[in-house]
Design a protein around this ligand. Structure first.
Ligand code: MLT
Length: 336
């Protein structure tokens, strides 16, 4: 009798649990997350971690679908899409956000960020908050997390580049980012602006000879199959924000909004550690795959002087005034 009672009760509980699970699944909203890069790079790691944290916090109310490799459009297109609420989330390089949010350009001025600690100091704290607010105002999207991806290194298929003079004659693809275009101009060449989503094919078909991106991105995109030479420039430390549709954010209740922002903080911390743990081994694996790495450090002074002298003053206005660069440098313990 007792046994029968318990088995009936257990069956009842199981049925209730099933109904709950089913209801949660039916009600779970699916949010789309776009990635400019292929799976396996820093964008992917941070984006997936962000989604995992948020799905858990939200207790099954939401789930994410992932679209790597620019499947949903170029990185710059996804900024428009998020601002129009036709896309939920995008993970993209900060240089592809800057055209829509000019003050963020302070993070892409050459040689401002000189390492991961500088990157953390500028993206978190008061400056980070100010840039996120400006991005909401200017681009209409909300930055919820940052990915730290390491310095962009120059790759090309033609020859080793050790000095500025070696650049001459190379056709280098750059993002459609005025600061980056001007950096190469300062080094004496006219780069080719091109969407990230078109870059692999352009390198493969030799429409362009080279490009720059971090080691981890070079690996995730399999550039080692089509590029041989790497130069470790340190002019730009790559940052890849996770942005979301502001309209989507505003449709959430305060509890969910808090979860969205908290998940961002946790994913940002995860990203820093992932880079520290992974970058060196990826660099080694690129050498094993046949890439030849040259350090620009010997003649780096010349690269630095040319780029900072020509580029920084040109962008004072768009970043919100010379004082914005001064205050960024002050945070880093440096001055103009
Ligand atoms: C670009 O070069 O356009 C981007 O930095 C690529 C990326 O998002 O990884």
């Amino acid at each position: 009798m007792k046994k029968q009672f318990w088995s009936k009760s257990l069956a009842g509980l199981a049925a209730i649990a099933l109904v709950f699970t089913f209801t949660a699944q039916v009600q779970a909203k699916t949010w789309k997350m776009s990635f400019g890069d292929a799976a396996g790079g820093t964008q992917w790691e941070t984006g997936k971690k962000y989604a995992e944290i948020l799905e858990k916090k939200a207790g099954g109310k939401i789930k994410f679908d992932f679209f790597p490799n620019g499947q949903l459009g170029s990185e710059q297109d996804t900024v428009n899409d998020c601002s129009m609420d036709t896309l939920d989330f995008s993970v993209l390089a900060v240089n592809n956000l800057t055209p829509f949010s000019p003050t963020v350009g302070v993070l892409t001025l050459p040689y401002v960020i000189q390492g991961i600690d500088d990157a953390v100091a500028l993206t978190q704290g008061t400056l980070g908050e100010e840039l996120a607010k400006n991005t909401l105002r200017d681009a209409g999207v909300r930055i919820v997390a940052w990915t730290y991806s390491g310095f962009r290194v120059l790759t090309n298929s033609k020859r080793p580049v050790k000095t500025i003079a070696d650049l001459k004659g190379l056709v280098i693809r750059v993002p459609k980012n005025a600061i980056m275009i001007d950096s190469y101009k300062a080094w004496g060449i006219n780069p080719t602006p091109m969407a990230w989503s078109e870059t692999f094919t352009a390198l493969q078909q030799k429409v362009v000879d080279g490009q720059d991106n971090p080691f981890i991105t070079v690996n995730a995109m399999k550039f080692y199959e089509i590029q041989k030479y790497v130069t470790t420039l340190r002019y730009l430390f790559s940052l890849e924000p996770i942005i979301m549709s502001e309209e989507l954010f505003q449709r959430q209740n305060p509890e969910m909004q808090k979860m969205i922002l908290d998940a961002g903080k946790e994913a940002t911390a995860y990203s820093k550690q992932w880079l520290v743990d992974t970058e060196d081994s990826i660099k080694k694996s690129l050498v094993e795959k046949g890439m030849v790495i040259d350090d620009a450090a010997n003649g780096e002074k010349e690269w630095i002087e040319k780029a900072t002298k020509a580029v920084w003053p040109k962008y004072y206005d768009s970043i919100g005034g010379k004082e914005k660069l001064e205050s960024a440098l002050k945070i880093l313990g440096r001055s103009l």
